[in-house]
Structure formats: structure tokens, C-alpha cells
Design a protein around this ligand. Structure first.
Ligand code: PMP
Length: 433
């Protein structure tokens, strides 16, 4: 008898969390690692939010609450959706989750039977791909092109859609590329969706980075385009905009109240409700002017760091890096570095079984961490299927400028350390020769 159900072995993971123990192991020996792997703002929670959490605790607001989310928070979110997207939604279409993450797996469970196809961006947030096999659906990655600013194109989408497509995942601004679709690009995607799909297909629009935008651009949601609101789930949350990843407040707006009720019932089954003191504080996040000011300053700091890091990365011989328009990540191409360091040759020497578990950019990531003490993430961490020949890394610039500068120095050294890479390779992969 098997211990685990078969599906258990099909779920993926998020490596940003998984490499934590590797970093801790290196730091145990007194070495400082420059951590550019983390997907969370390095800012403190704004005071008005903190104070409201404390006030709510003193009011003993620590009991069960509405599994759909506290009504006053859902009302504030509905108002926000009107202001930011021009959409009139009922608070009954809004469901609160513990973070923006649960809505991803829940939507796959609720809308997708085994055998249907789910379209998602690759590179993309790893949880999109991670869940698909778990629920028995078929993953259909759209491979984003560097030369197209890593934006899903209408042509790619049209080719990917089949009669079996049930869910299309979009994410702007994007993790890991920082890509943001223009209104025109979104209109082209919407036009394909309206022309080629059934009204019961759902678009999952992950807009968690909606406030982290640069160069004065504004967020456009595909849900705001004509005829799209009735097919689109808007997913967002408080983790990134308010530097509140530990607060675990996210939400989704569903096309109908009936659908929202299904998700409320999932909440009841999984976790009953989200902590009410945090939900009350989330209202402050949406309404307090000082919070808005803190967020504006944070986004300005991210923009300054982006303006530093992109040219600095492009100055490393062999590295090319696009200018992201949002979020706090860059996704440089390291193909030439992999060639310079002969990573590709070494990778080819590995036994096939080992090759299947790694990739050239994974080897570079491990080398940069172990030998040069800088933590970044490989291409495979953002969707594995079909990523074999894509050589990129994700760097988070949610770190202070001096840390970023040190990170660049270490990455530049790593990318020229041929002897070091060769030694590293033989030390870790003795079976290869
Ligand atoms: N979507 C994307 C695109 C993300 O990058 C993240 C967090 N890294 C999430 C969802 C999940 O956010 P949360 O921490 O609020 O669950």
C-alpha cells in the first residue's frame, strides 16, 4: 500500500521559499549572503496599519468572523475596484483569502475538471504551474519572449486556446519579469478571448503588483475592457503594496455572487476565516492617506533601484537585462554567461536523470550562491515545462542600494570565474566526468 495519494507527488513548489535553508547553511559558517531571491518588499508595515492591528487586538477582535471576509473590508475593496478599474461590483462578489496565493489553487479546483487545459505565462509565478497537475488538468504554458517585453501576445494566446481550455491566467505587472501589458495589448488578448472561448471560460487576472508601477504608467485590468468583467476574476492583495507579506490578506472579485459563494464555502472547509484584526487593519491600508504616502515613497525607491540595477546588470559582460515597468524584479538573460563559464558544456556531461532535475541556469544559481554568496533564482523556478533552453535568472531589487551594489559585484565575479565553476561542478556532481 502506498503511503501517499498519487496526486501528492504531482504538486510543485515555490523555490523562493525552498532555498532558505541553503542560505541559512552557508550563513551558519559566518558568511554573509546577499539575498536577491526574496519576493517581498524590504520596507516596514506603515504605522497606521500597525496601530490598527494593535487597536483591534485591544478590542479583542480575535474571534471567528465571516468566512467570506468582513463586510466593511469587502465594501472598501468594492469601492477601490470602482476607483481603480471603473467597475461597479457588489461586496458580495468579493472574497477575502489568506494572501493572494490561495485563490490560484482554489480557482483551478473550482473551474477545472481533470483533462481540461489551463493556459498560463512561463516564466510566471510558480504556483500557477504547480497546481495544474495536482488537480488533474493539463498545463499549457505560453512561453514569453524577451523581445516582446515578456508579454503574452494575442497570437500566442490564439494558438494556445483549444476547445478544452477552461482557465487563462494573466499576471501584470508580472513576477518574475516586471512586464506590464499596455491597454492595446490587453485589448488584443481580450478580443481573442471573446472570439475564441466559451462564456464559461474564466480569465484569472493576477494583479497583486497593481500599485508597483514605474515611469508614470497606470495599471489597466483586462476586466475593465468591454465584455470582460463577466469572465474575469481579479485577484490582488495587501502583501506587496503595503509590505505586509506576513499579514496574509488577499482577495478576489468574482464575476457573479454565486461564484463568490462557492469560494466562501471553500474558505469554510479549509480555514474558516482570515484573522479579523488584520482584515480591519486592511481597511486602513485602503483608506488612510499616510499609508498611501508610504506606498508612494516605497514605489519611488523601487524605481530608483531599478534605474540603478538594469544598467549595472547590462554592464556585466554577457548579461542582458530588460527594463521592467512594474513589480520589483529583473529577469536578465544569462545565456552568454552560461557559454562563457561553459555551464552548457558541463550540463551536457551530466547523466540524463540528473539533467532532468536541473538546468544550466540552476547550476549558475547554485554556483553564485555557494561560491560567490549571492542568492538569485533560476529560470526553472518560474515554470519548468519547456524551459530547458531558456537561460535566465530572477533578481529581486527589494533590497537597499548598497546591498544591490554588492550583489552586482558578486554576480559579475561569478560570471567570470571559470575555474571556480569547474571546481564547483566536480565537487557537487562527482558522477559526471
Ligand atoms: N501572485 C504573484 C504574481 C506573486 O508574485 C505572489 C507572491 N510572490 C502571489 C501571487 C502571492 O501573494 P501572497 O503572499 O499575498 O499570497
Amino acid at each position: 500500500m502506498e503511503l501517499y495519494a498519487k496526486r501528492t507527488l504531482t504538486i510543485g513548489t515555490e523555490n523562493a521559499f525552498k532555498i532558505g535553508p541553503d542560505i541559512a547553511e552557508i550563513e551558519k559558517n559566518g558568511v554573509n549572503v546577499v539575498k536577491l531571491n526574496i519576493g517581498e518588499p524590504d520596507f516596514n508595515l506603515p504605522d497606521p496599519i500597525k496601530n490598527e492591528i494593535k487597536r483591534q487586538l485591544d478590542l479583542n477582535n480575535t474571534h471567528y468572523c465571516d468566512p467570506k471576509g468582513i463586510l466593511s473590508l469587502r465594501e472598501a475593496i468594492a469601492e477601490q475596484i470602482y476607483t481603480t478599474r471603473g467597475l461597479t461590483v457588489s461586496p458580495e462578489q468579493v472574497v477575502i483569502f489568506p494572501g493572494a496565493k490561495p485563490a490560484i489553487g482554489f480557482c483551478q479546483q473550482v473551474y477545472c475538471d481533470p483533462g481540461v487545459e489551463i493556459i498560463y505565462p512561463s516564466p510566471g509565478f510558480p504556483i500557477y504551474e504547480s497546481f495544474i497537475r495536482y488537480i488533474g488538468a493539463i498545463p499549457v504554458p505560453i512561453h514569453l519572449q524577451e523581445k516582446e517585453g515578456f508579454i503574452t501576445s494575442a497570437k500566442q494566446l490564439e494558438r494556445a486556446i483549444t476547445p478544452k481550455t477552461k482557465l487563462i491566467i494573466l499576471n501584470f505587472p508580472s513576477n518574475p519579469t516586471g512586464g506590464v501589458a499596455t491597454q492595446q495589448q490587453l485589448e488584443a488578448l481580450a478580443s481573442v478571448i471573446l472570439k475564441k472561448t466559451d462564456p464559461n471560460l474564466r480569465v484569472f487576472s493576477d494583479e497583486i503588483y497593481e500599485n508597483i508601477l514605474f515611469d508614470g504608467i497606470k495599471q489597466v485590468s483586462i476586466a475593465s475592457l468591454p465584455s470582460m468583467a463577466s469572465r474575469t476574476i481579479i485577484s490582488s492583495g495587501f502583501s506587496k503594496s503595503y509590505a505586509w507579506t506576513g499579514g496574509r490578506i488577499g482577495y478576489a472579485i468574482f464575476p457573479t455572487i454565486d461564484e463568490a459563494e462557492i469560494f466562501k464555502n471553500l474558505n469554510i472547509n479549509y480555514f474558516s476565516c482570515v484573522p479579523p484584526y488584520n482584515q480591519m487593519a486592511a481597511i486602513q491600508a485602503l483608506k488612510n492617506k499616510d499609508v498611501l504616502n508610504s506606498m508612494t515613497l516605497m514605489v519611488k525607491a523601487f524605481e530608483e533601484r531599478r534605474n540603478f540595477i538594469v544598467p549595472a546588470l547590462n554592464a556585466i559582460p554577457g548579461m542582458t537585462c530588460q527594463m521592467p515597468l512594474g513589480a520589483f524584479y529583473v529577469f536578465p538573460n544569462i545565456k552568454s554567461i552560461c557559454e562563457q563559464l561553459r555551464v552548457l558544456d558541463f550540463y551536457e556531461k551530466m547523466p540524463l536523470a540528473l539533467q532532468a532535475k536541473t538546468s544550466p541556469s540552476t547550476l549558475f544559481q547554485a554556483f553564485a550562491l555557494h561560491n560567490h554568496h549571492v542568492a538569485v533564482l533560476d529560470r526553472r523556478s518560474f515554470g519548468m515545462l519547456g524551459s530547458e533552453n531558456e537561460h535566465f535568472i530572477r533578481i529581486s531589487f527589494a533590497a537597499d542600494l548598497p546591498i544591490l551594489k554588492e550583489g552586482i559585484i558578486r554576480l559579475a565575479k561569478a560570471s567570470q570565474d571559470n575555474l571556480g565553476f569547474e571546481r564547483f561542478f566536480y565537487q557537487h556532481f562527482r558522477t559526471a566526468n
